[in-house]
Design a protein around this ligand. Structure first.
Ligand code: GCW
Length: 682
């Protein structure tokens, strides 16, 4: 049965006879050099992969004896590799990169996987297996690959109770109750899946952090996870609660400038590093959504972060400080992170990284990029993306996020003129950052298939691939993922590739087209409630964001409004100030627009809004048709599951459309034109 547990590491038998023959000739034996936990993991992985893909047991030899040997090693562990021409090219791939090349060694034809570290080799092996899984020709292989950012992290919002915040796939996979005694093999599969896409760090607990994570009881459990992840190159991080010196340490203050507090954090760090020598560091959500932080002691974010940074510094650790802050006092939540953090640029220690969500509000279906990217010249700044579909239909809707991630990474900040994309900023190309990184909020659960909806796995996959190389395209990543996860059959790949590539835009259209924001029901963030108005915090209401009235709709962020547009570099600032040059996808993010404003299509704003809502529903219906067309090309189990989920998605899309259109109509007081019942697909 296909229950989705293996995700993209299915290693199914290659079904193309010619390719199978080619692969068997090229991978007849393996010479694997080195002896470490990681090389043992490589051996296990390769045996499993080749047995599955090529239906044969590959022999591991002590030296090269046949043509078609796969030679794996570093210049230190392998004389064969040290002697090769391209051994000197290895410098360019750094600690974690790798090279895969054909090479003649001692008269034998080989494929070589070379790297500077065993982890690099592991990544190379996963890449080669991906070539086989996706039916690439490897007879003339030449791959040089190195990650573009240093920390490629996943963040779990998992509570110690095992309930997962914004997780839609069961309980936390960390079974704290049976740790440290029971080493669930699932933890190893988790590490394999992550390593296969280049993830090298995980923060295991929720950023709304339980202070108990810092107690001996939980640290002992964490040691086991760290031990199980280490062979796969994955460092562990924990989220900390800023009041821990009080609640765990028994002090009467958590003031970061208090000498006792400093000592407490330093001692705590020493203890953790004693237990986990390669511990990554702390992830911190402070003074945000009710979490404690330095503000209680009149200290700013930099003072708050630096005490922690000092504690882990001598151990090589980092502190990841989140920039997700906003409060009801401000007129515009959009402005807030920038207003709070830009004045502190330069005040953070070198081993602090500021973690910024892609958009200024909160993981909406479409946001302009956060103006903090490109504004922090002296502060390491990393990107936070959401893999879990909090605002995208949980694990019920098919919504491939690769396109959203790509859009965020490719956005040009103009920080140093044209061509300073968010990707370039966070990889340290624009400013000279000491540390670089990306984080993805993962929130898999203990469901058999990890993510609930089989297609949510693709977000995890896409995130990892882009964290490794932000210049990859969402399209090619979707293609790889489908081939590895479902089938190489083009009759499947073509229509379902279209489904994936269109799915995010469909989700934007039926929820919040043209730059609308946050129309969700309060709390769960699943269904529509654009009418939400009376809550204890105005910045949690929907009316705060859409500002619909008799005149029009949208949030004025020009000089007549909050002027948040000033936070962008030119020429973006001028572009967004002018309603005519603001891209329509972002229109209502920046302007309060008259219902009769004429759009590019010739329709009025009201008509265009309605059009988009109707189009979103049509897009889902088309996704259903395309899915139905592939019946029989994959296992019936996953086929039926996705089919049923698409039925749910269609109903939800209709509900979103009707709720929003009818609600906004109470302001526009304009008719819903008949022809929008079924707009043509454009
Ligand atoms: O998107 C919001 C979520 C919260 C989350 C918060 C954050 C962990 O609704 O559930 O809390 O963001 O990113 O801190």
């Amino acid at each position: 049965s296909e229950d989705g547990y293996r995700a993209w590491l299915r290693y199914e038998n290659v079904e193309d006879d010619e390719l199978l023959y080619e692969y068997k000739e090229l991978v007849r034996a393996v010479v694997l050099r080195g002896n470490s936990e990681t090389t043992r993991a490589i051996e296990v992985e390769l045996k499993q992969a080749i047995t599955g893909l090529l239906d044969m047991e590959v022999p591991f030899h002590n030296n090269i004896q046949v043509n078609g040997t796969l030679v794996i090693g570093t210049p230190e562990t392998s004389e064969e590799i040290a002697g090769l021409d391209f051994a000197n090219k290895l410098e360019t791939v750094g600690d974690e990169g790798y090279v895969i090349e054909n090479a003649g060694i001692d008269g034998y034809e080989t494929i070589v996987i070379a790297a500077n570290s065993n982890i690099g080799l592991l990544y190379g092996v996963f890449d080669l297996m991906r070539q086989l899984q996706t039916y690439e020709d490897i007879s003339d292989i030449s791959i040089h690959s190195a990650p573009k950012v240093e920390y490629r992290m996943v963040n779990h919002w998992d509570n110690l109770s095992r309930l997962v915040e914004r997780g839609y796939a069961g309980l936390s996979i960390w079974d704290w109750g049976t740790l440290p005694e029971y080493k669930d093999p699932r933890y190893t599969d988790y590490a394999r899946l992550n390593a296969s896409i280049g993830i090298n760090a995980t923060a295991v607990n929720n950023v709304n952090a339980d202070p108990r994570m810092l107690t001996d009881q939980f640290l002992e459990k964490l040691v086991v996870l760290a031990d199980m992840f280490r062979p796969y190159g994955i460092q562990v991080f924990i989220s900390i609660n800023y009041q821990a010196p009080i609640s765990v340490g028994g002090l009467d203050t958590a003031d970061p400038l208090d000498p006792e507090v400093r000592k407490w954090w330093a001692d705590k760090a020493d203890q953790i590093y004693e237990m986990i020598p390669d511990f990554g560091g702390f992830l911190v959500k402070a003074d945000s959504e009710g979490q404690p932080g330095p503000f209680a002691y009149d200290r700013n974010h930099a003072e708050g972060a630096n005490v922690l940074a000092e504690a882990v510094e001598s151990h090589g650790g980092v502190v990841i400080w989140r920039a997700f802050v906003y409060s009801p006092e401000q007129e515009d939540r959009f402005r807030e992170a920038y207003d709070e953090f830009v004045p502190l640029d330069g005040d953070f220690k070198d081993n602090v990284i500021l973690q910024v969500k892609n958009g200024p509000i909160d993981f909406q279906p479409r946001e302009p990029f956060s103006p903090l990217f490109g504004a922090m010249e002296e502060t390491n700044t990393m990107l936070e993306l959401q893999i879990t579909q909090e605002y995208f239909g949980f694990s019920y809707h098919l919504a491939y996020q690769g396109t959203l991630f790509e859009e965020a990474l490719d956005a040009d900040t103009y920080a140093k003129g044209e061509g300073s994309t968010v990707g370039d900023v966070i990889s340290g190309e624009v400013f000279d950052y000491k540390h670089t990184g990306m984080a993805g909020v993962l929130n898999i659960g203990n469901y058999r298939n990890w993510t609930g909806h089989p297609f949510v796995q693709s977000n995890w996959y896409a995130y990892g691939r882009l964290a490794w190389d932000y210049t990859l395209s969402a399209d090619e990543i979707a293609d790889e993922w489908m081939k590895m996860t479902f089938t190489n059959n083009e009759q499947f790949i073509d229509p379902i590739g279209d489904v994936m590539m269109e799915s995010r835009e469909a989700g934007v259209n039926y929820r919040s087209p043209l730059g609308l924001t946050h129309l969700y029901a309060q709390g769960h963030h699943y269904g529509p409630a654009p009418w939400t108005s009376d809550l204890p915090r105005s910045d949690w209401t929907a009316v705060y964001y859409h500002k619909a009235d008799e005149e029009g709709i949208g949030f004025d962020r020009t000089e007549t409004g909050s002027n948040a547009i000033e936070q962008y570099h030119e020429p973006l600032e001028s572009k967004f100030r002018n309603i005519e040059t603001t891209p329509e996808d972002y229109l209502l993010w920046f302007h309060h627009v008259d219902w009769d404003y004429e759009m590019d299509s010739g329709r009025t704003l009201w008509e265009e809004l309605v059009h988009n809502y109707y189009k979103g529903v049509e897009q889902v219906r088309r996704m259903q048709d395309q899915w139905n067309s592939i019946e029989g090309l994959i296992d019936q189990q996953r086929f039926e599951r996705v089919k049923a989920l698409l039925e749910i998605q269609e109903k939800d899309a209709v509900r979103w459309r009707d709720s929003c259109v009818l609600y906004f109509q109470t302001f526009s007081e304009r008719p819903i034109p008949d022809q929008f019942e079924k707009p043509e697909h454009d």
